[in-house]
Each structure stands twice: as C-alpha cells, then as structure tokens.
Design a protein around this ligand. Structure first.
Ligand code: AHR
Length: 654
C-alpha cells in the first residue's frame, strides 16, 4: 500500500514536471517538432564502403558486369598460393548457401608447398583489400567470419590473417573447417600495429577442396557496438546533428532502374547470408548488409524517427537511361501483382510495429528487437513521373495503408522540381486522396533559395503538409550553406505547414561520388564535413516546437538578412538564428521582452568566413563554427558578421 502511494506521488510529480517543461511562452505559433532530419541514400558509396562498417568488399562473390563492365564475382579478390603451393579456384552456383545468395567460391588446394627456405605460411587461398585498403587499429578487435563447406574427406585448416601491404602479419588466427554443410566459422583478430591499408588473407594450409562464401570482417567498435553495425566515426557525425528523423534508403535507389531493381525491404532483413544483393542504381553494388533492421536500429540509437520510403509500384522514370523522355522509362508493377505488392507495404508496418505474435513482428523479434520500432511515417514513391500508371498504383497503396493503419502518416511525392507538371499533379493527387504530407525535391542555385524565402508563407494551410525531402543549393562553399540557412529560417517560420526537411545527399566517399554536391565527404580515415553540414547541424541540434515572430528586428528590405526565433518546449530554451548573406556585417536587434525569465549567460555559435571558402581533405576545418558563452540582456544589438549564421541558445531556467 505504502509502495502504491509512493508510486502515485512519483507519477504525479513526474506529470507536473512534464507539464511545467511543456509550457511554452505565450504568443508562439506551434510548429512541427519533426522539422529537421536526415536523407540517407545509398549513393556515393554511402552504405557499402561507407556507413556500413563491413571491411571486406564483395564478401559474397556477387559482383557482376551489370554493375560495372569489368566486375565479376571474383572482383576485389586475389588468388594466392604462397610457398610454391598450387590449386584451382572457380565460382559456382549449384549449391548456394541460400537461394538469394547465388554465387560462391570453390577452392581446390592441390598442393601445399613445403619448401623449407620459404618463410611464412604455405597454402592456397584468397586476399581481399576491402574498399581501397582496410583500416585497422592496434589492439582493437576485429570480428572475422566465413561460411565454408568441405568437399573433400579431410578437414581443412585455415590461417586467417591481417597483413600490411608488405605482407607482414598484423594479426593471425587458425580455423579448422570440418563440415560438409555450409557452416559459419568465426574468429577474432587483434592487430599488433595500426594500418590504413591492410588486407585480409584467408589461406588453406592443408590440401583438400572446399566452398567458401560470405567472408566478413567487422570492427568490434561499430557505432554503439552493434553487430553488423555502422562505422562509428561517420555514424557519430550524424548522431551529433540530433536529427528528428531519418529518411531511407533513397532517393532514386528506392524506385530503381527497372522493376527488377526496385528496393524491396523484405530482401534486406534477416541473416546477412540470406539477403538479396543487387545492383545499385548509382552504378555499383549493394549488399543490403545495411538493411531495414539496421536502418531502424540506427534511428532508434540516435533518437530519430524512421521514415522508410517505399516504391509506389513503379520504377524510376529514367530507368534504362531514358532521362525524362516522356517518362517512357517508368515501368509499373502489373495489376495482377498489385495485391502482393500492397501486402508487402502493409507487412512492413507489421514488421516494425506488430506484436511478437504477428508473422512479421516475430521476424523483428527474432532479429533481436522485441519492442516495436514505433514507425509513424511511411513514404510512398520518390519523385516519380506522375503518369496514370503511377496514379492508379499510388491510390491503391495509400488506400490500403489508410484503411489498415490509420495511425500511419503517409508521405506522398511531387516530382523532382520545385514546380512544373509533376509537382502540380503530385499535389493534386495528394489533395484528392487526402494525403497528409507531400515530399518536395529541389536542387537549385543559392540565389533561388534567397529569393524564395517566402514560398511557404503563401502555402495553403488546408492542404497536406510539406516534407522538403531533398534540397540543396548547388555548391559546398560557405555562401551555399548560408543561403540554405536563410531558407531554413523560413522553414521554421512556416513550420506549421512544413513538417519535415532534409538536405540531400548526405554522404559521399572521396573518388566514388555520383552526385557532386553532398553534405559530408569521407574516405577510409578522414571525414570532411562541408559548411552545409554545419548549417544543418546548427538548425537540427537547435530545433524548437514554437515559433515567435517580431523578436529579431533587421532591415526588412534586405533579402540577404533572415532570422528566426523558436522555443523548445521540452527544455524551455529559446533559440535565435540570425543569418547574414551579405558580404559585410549587418546590424540586427533582439528583443526578448515577451519572454519571462532569461538566464543571462547564453551559448552563441557562429559560422562565418569568406563566401567562397570550403572544406577540403587537406583542411577539413577551414570552415567550422565557433562557440562561446555570451552575456545576454532582454534587449540587445547584434552585428551579424558577413556571410554568417549565428545561433544563440538561451536558457529560461537555471
Ligand atoms: O539525392 C540524389 C538524387 O536526387 C536522388 O536519388 C533523387 O531522388 C534525386 O533526383
């Protein structure tokens, strides 16, 4: 009884605390609390070779010439036979580990050399240098695994090692394979030295014949140490942005290059050896190792809502390279397959949110996530050409989702441009079908962003809300980022109709980019955030859910000046964003009179510099924000530096 009473008191005080926290200042406009998030697409080697921490390239021998003309299942592997050994290697498909994973290697070790003068292990095997070399750190643990099935009578002994380019062994372990069925063997490798260009060497040191597939090497230190996880430093850069949501897996990757290339979520869950790898629309390979489970898990790990985007049962209008020629490249799922396709969409919701007793919910539980993922948003379609085929299918899918899952917010699509035929048709469909959120995309020059800051002020508030799912000004110079910052203050001002926004694309690997302007560049060791990254981070890490006008006064005739003021009702903090796109400093005046208590010391972060400055791999910190603690009074003057974004975060409680 006593316990029940204290629980009640605790509950009441928690409730009171929440109520106190959730009390914003008077006169604010409620805006979306999901405004700033991330757009993740597997473009520019963002997934395999990027965010996905797998170090082995072509681990399942599934590369093929439809991806790149000179690729084949043995690409990125080297046959080795040290110590005057010899053997044979072939790629086969007759007894795969799983029907989804068709190719595997057969190695026949005919002779293991025994030349006494040879130093090191003799044998026959394979070498993989990953994505331009594997980065390994001394004393860190690396988790190796491979599937082997023995074809000859005797068990096979393996030496598994990490080697530097000189062939010096950094770490080694032994494995004995002794099963005639596909069996997973695992081992740990702990290098004695760090190396940025290491290779994985798998050497059979006894004679015999065997098959091998899904050869994998992961750092133990993935982001949050998740198995089959993400590259920790890159994932941390994203986590630091505190995004409210992550949209995935694209982009055009979603609707694919032809129907057979559409992204089908069911192919990307379950044990990695059972996932269906495929050609990436951007001209490389996707293992689907970073699949739906991993996307959802990452969202949860960084407190972002998942926003999966599913194809609207049509392929990209540019399929086969027919770039906007009347949309002839768009292929549609045949009508007699649509019920299955719709079921696939519904199944995703069951997989994400359903109980363990449901068929798909049980699969999520089996993958190690008993609790629901709390999926709230589902995108249908990605900037598709709005043809009658699209329209019919979109209507069927959205109707089924609404009927079975009224709790889900559907995100529709309105073409690849900020205006035009697809844009108008996409919005009309949304209006006719009562679609609550519509995905707009536009990539254009910085002046467009400056000149169109009032775009959403004029939007009809009775239609659906906007998800600005892809946008960027053409460049990664500071001026581009500041133009985007000015526009983002307008997104906040219109946060009652703009529900979400995400800059695109997010990641790009040096020398492997298909899209020139991106938010974060990286190679195997260096991360190069752009000024655009810092602008996005300064907004998303300082989001609010109430907007206040007339707090910041500036020259209203100067279109190069922009500002916004929001309050985050969970912390009570008031956040000012002041943008100056001019090449000289400009005065602004802040009046906080409408707010109650303001703590005198505030955190001020400024991003500014030369308009053409950018970050490079040689100088990744050329443009970066600086933070300081400043004294604030209820009313003060601020001189906004030339080409700058300033964020001032004020506390309303000590
Ligand atoms: O963000 C890069 C591409 O731009 C996306 O894949 C596509 O949706 C858009 O055209």
């Amino acid at each position: 009884m006593k316990n029940a009473k204290s629980i009640l008191i605790l509950g009441l005080s928690l409730l009171m605390a929440i109520t106190t926290i959730a009390q914003p200042a008077k006169g604010g406009k409620k805006i979306s609390s999901d405004l700033f998030g991330l757009f993740f697409e597997d473009i520019n080697y963002s997934a395999d070779g990027g965010l996905y921490a797998e170090l082995v390239q072509n681990r399942s021998f599934e590369y093929n010439p439809t991806e790149q003309k000179d690729w084949n299942p043995f690409s990125y592997w080297e046959y080795i036979s040290p110590g005057f050994s010899y053997g044979r290697v072939s790629v086969e498909t007759s007894a795969p580990i799983h029907p989804n994973n068709t190719h595997y290697l057969v190695l026949d070790v005919e002779h293991v050399g025994n030349e006494v003068k040879f130093v090191g292990n003799s044998g026959v095997g394979l070498k993989n240098s990953g994505f331009d070399g594997m980065v390994v750190k001394s004393n860190d643990r690396y988790d190796f695994s491979m599937f082997v099935s023995q074809l000859s009578k005797e068990p096979i002994s393996f030496s598994i090692s990490l080697q530097n380019p000189k062939g010096e062994v950094l770490a080694e372990c032994k494995i004995n394979a002794s099963s005639n069925d596909w069996t997973k063997y695992t081992a740990s490798l702990i290098p004695t030295q760090s190396c940025d260009t290491a290779s994985l060497v798998i050497l059979a040191t006894t004679e015999g014949k065997f098959t091998i597939d899904v050869v994998s090497l992961f750092p133990e230190k993935t982001f949050k140490k998740r198995p089959n996880g993400l590259r920790a430093d890159l994932a941390q850069m994203l986590a630091d942005m505190k995004p409210r949501f992550i949209r995935f897996p694209g982009g055009c990757l979603v609707h694919g290059d032809g129907l057979g290339n559409m992204y089908r979520w069911k192919n990307t869950i379950g044990p990695v050896q059972e996932r269906k790898e495929q050609r990436n629309i951007w001209g490389y390979h996707q293992t689907a190792g970073l699949g739906y489970f991993e996307y959802f898990q990452f969202c949860e790990d960084i407190g972002a809502k998942p926003l999966p985007v599913l194809p609207a049962a049509v392929s990209c209008q540019n399929s086969g390279g027919t770039w906007r020629v009347g949309g002839t490249g768009q292929k549609a799922v045949p009508m007699n397959e649509m019920q299955d396709y719709i079921q696939e969409v519904l199944d995703l919701i069951e997989w994400a949110n359903g109980p363990a007793t449901s068929f798909w919910g049980a699969k999520r539980v089996a993958a190690g996530h008993p609790a629901p993922f709390n999926l709230q948003y589902v995108g249908i379609g990605n900037e598709d050409k709005i043809t009658p085929e699209f329209e019919e299918r979109f209507a069927m899918i959205s109707k089924a989702v609404k009927e079975k899952h009224p709790e889900i917010t559907i995100v529709g699509t309105a073409g690849p441009f900020h205006s035009g035929e697809d844009f108008d048709k996409g919005w009309k469909i949304a209006k006719d079908l009562n679609i609550p959120v519509v995905d707009e995309h536009y990539y254009t020059d910085p002046n467009w962003f400056i000149n169109n800051q009032y775009r959403y002020d004029k939007y009809d508030r009775t239609k659906g809300e906007v998800y600005l799912g892809e946008y960027a000004s053409w460049g990664n110079k500071l001026r581009n980022a500041i133009a985007e910052a000015a526009y983002m203050t307008a997104l906040e001002r219109n946060g009652d109709v703009v529900r979400m926004a995400s800059y695109a694309p997010l990641l790009a690997k040096k020398n492997f980019t298909q899209w020139k302007i991106d938010m974060i560049f990286f190679d195997n060791t260096v991360i190069c955030p752009t000024p655009n990254y810092y602008v996005q981070k300064m907004f998303s890490a300082n989001h609010g859910d109430y907007y206040f006008d007339k707090v910041i006064a500036k020259d209203e005739k100067d279109i190069n000046l922009a500002a916004s003021c929001v309050q985050d009702s969970t912390t009570g903090d008031i956040i000012l964003k002041l943008v100056n796109y001019n090449e000289t400093a400009k005065p602004m005046k802040v009046n906080l009179g409408r707010f109650g208590k303001i703590v005198a010391e505030a955190e001020q972060t400024v991003l500014s510099g030369s308009p053409d400055a950018e970050n490079t791999f040689a100088n990744t910190k050329n443009i970066a924000p600086t933070s300081s603690i400043v004294k604030i009074s209820k009313s003060f003057d601020y001189s906004a530096p030339a080409m700058s974004l300033t964020v001032i975060r004020l506390k309303t409680k000590n």
